[in-house]
Design a protein around this ligand. Structure first.
Ligand code: BT5
Length: 316
């Protein structure tokens, strides 16, 4: 109903409450209540006696009313939920899985109180950032799951470049950096059996206009800090969803190569000397490849190691 009222307000200047009520077949009181809820969401709607309502401004909040209309996607962004404050969009998405949500549904939040990274690390999620998750049902073997994180990294890279002109670098396995500092982290959580993935929740966190605190000031940055001004979140999220949709359809068609090429061209990892810390401890070496499963192939000088997961630090 809110979306239909908005589309009426978009077309004309002032629209009377009576006209809206007639067109939508509801009472004028119902219209007034919906207008109030739109104002609560941040829409500037002027109300003038004997004239009606007029849309003056739209919110830059990742709500379905702003993200979904006209989104040029087939799978990603088929539906959306928004929370002004929630625990973690990945947690909410995983909680929805039993109910069989549609593939591509997006869950976004303005503030996360329990934002999480890998290994249950804390993810700072203050107001002004983009914190969202996408539910997908990819028909690929679990050992190929990393291609989803790779595709998401490429989608975020492209959207950031297109919408705010900032050139990021993809860092294995799940980060994007700008000027050496983390601007985005991705947490892909799979529900899988031996030979197939039942569902994937891709959680993406991007520092846009949010404040960073404490130790993050040293290691992280935001798009606002990099550009020097507020960055609109709505076009950024729409662009990410559109790019992710294209890349996801490539994955589904069996074309992982194009995504890997995109990922390699925006990451600078091959040939770099790194230190990698994982569950087996810390290793130093030179990266010779990232294989088809997304594992790092490291030349340690004494042999080759295949690293499935970990955190890396560049040594050169
Ligand atoms: C990640 O983990 O980078 C994945 C982050 C995924 C966040 C999204 S937001 C939407 C969805 N809902 C969730 O609850 N999560 C996902 P990892 O590579 O483990 O990095 C975690 C580390 O990044 C922390 O230990 C901090 O050092 C650092 N960190 C925490 N908050 C940060 C922030 N806002 N920006 C940059 N770095 C941050």
């Amino acid at each position: 109903m809110r979306a239909r009222i908005l589309s009426l307000l978009e077309k004309d200047d002032f629209v009377s409450g009576e006209e809206i009520a007639d067109r939508l077949g509801v009472s004028r009181t119902a219209v007034w209540k919906h207008i109030q809820s739109l104002q609560k969401l941040g829409y500037g709607i002027e109300s003038v006696r004997n004239k009606g309502y007029r849309l003056i401004s739209r919110p830059d909040t990742p709500i379905p009313e702003e993200i979904l209309p006209g989104l040029g996607t087939d799978v990603v962004g088929t539906d959306m939920r928004f929370f002004s404050r929630t625990t973690s969009t990945n947690l909410i998405a995983k909680g929805m899985l039993d109910g069989g949500p549609p593939e591509g549904i997006v869950i976004a939040a303005d503030i996360q109180t329990e934002g999480r990274g890998r290994l249950k690390r804390r993810w700072s999620s203050r107001q002004g950032g983009l914190w969202f998750s996408v539910i997908l049902y990819p028909r690929i073997p679990p050992e190929r799951g990393m291609i989803l994180t790779m595709a998401s990294s490429v989608a975020v890279y492209r959207a950031i470049k297109e919408t705010c002109g900032v050139e990021a670098v993809i860092k294995w396995p799940n980060d994007l950096l700008v000027n050496g500092k983390k601007v985005c982290g991705i947490l892909t959580e799979l529900d899988a059996e031996m030979d197939r993935i039942n569902s994937a929740v891709i959680g993406i966190g991007i520092n846009v206009n949010n404040e960073l605190e404490g130790e993050l000031l040293e290691i992280a940055t935001s798009l606002k800090m990099e550009t020097g001004s507020d960055v609109p979140r709505v076009p950024l999220l729409r662009s990410i969803l559109e790019h992710l949709d294209i890349l996801y359809k490539l994955i589904m068609s069996g074309d992982h190569k194009t995504i890997r090429e995109g990922w390699f061209s925006h990451s600078n990892i091959i040939g770099r000397r790194i230190e990698v810390t994982g569950h087996r401890g810390t290793l130093n070496g030179t990266v010779s490849d990232v294989d088809e499963s997304g594992c790092l192939i490291l030349d340690t000088g004494e042999g080759t190691e295949r690293i499935v997961a970990g955190d890396i630090r560049y040594l050169d």
